[in-house]
Design a protein. Structure first.
Length: 212
């Protein structure tokens, strides 16, 4: 198995993805880099800020120096930048939400996108529309930022965070084909609520796609 590098913008994701790799491909070597400042810059100045691209370059160099043969960007906000840097440098970089987006478009055209951070909405929606266009179809997106969620996440209140996300899932589950959870950190909220449509999260689908 290849050595997989994970580029994170929050340390909480290290254990999440380590557990998934241990479950799905336990012989895989993993290296991690956490760069919280990249998300902070993207939120304050946008993902087109040159500092985001430069920071991704630095992180990619570190991961490659530590033996990574392919890289997963676990932050949806900077995912497009990470993929772009990877293409330019001919390094396989997978944004965490791409496999999820492809699955969502395959399920149906009425997609609800729930995010904890507003900065994630544009890149996630652009990705969904791009995937749909590549397949010659269209999507109807209903997007929403879950009020108060990120403040709970930053305060370390994981239960409160997942609870408000679960409430949002329940309230948006009518009249759509699938719900997409834009942040990797939202993944477990789907277990807190029962709805009649698929609720997709990015961590498992990304690791499965990379290691499958």
């Amino acid at each position: 198995m290849p050595t997989v590098g994970f580029l994170h913008t929050s340390p909480v994701h290290v254990s999440t993805f380590a557990a998934l790799v241990a479950e799905l491909a336990p012989s895989t070597n993993v290296v991690n880099v956490v760069a919280e400042d990249l998300l902070e810059i993207a939120r304050a100045s946008g993902v087109d800020d040159q500092r985001v691209r430069d920071g991704v370059e630095v992180c990619l160099d570190e991961l490659l120096d530590r033996g990574a043969e392919l890289v997963v960007s676990t932050c949806s906000t900077i995912g497009a930048v990470a993929e772009s840097v990877g293409r330019r440098r001919r390094v396989q970089v997978v944004r965490v939400d791409r496999p999820m987006a492809e699955a969502a478009v395959g399920i149906g055209g009425r997609i609800v996108v729930l995010a904890a951070l507003e900065s994630t909405l544009q890149p996630t929606c652009e990705l969904l529309r791009s995937v749909a266009a590549d397949r010659g179809t269209a999507v109807d997106l209903d997007v929403s930022v879950v009020a108060g969620a990120w403040a709970l996440f930053e305060a370390g209140d994981r239960a409160g965070y997942l609870d408000v996300v679960a409430d949002a899932i329940a309230s948006f589950a009518q009249g759509c084909d699938v719900i997409v959870l834009a942040q990797a950190s939202m993944a477990d909220a789907a277990r807190w609520v029962e709805v009649d449509i698929p609720v997709l999260n990015s961590p498992r689908s990304a690791v499965t796609a990379v290691l499958g």
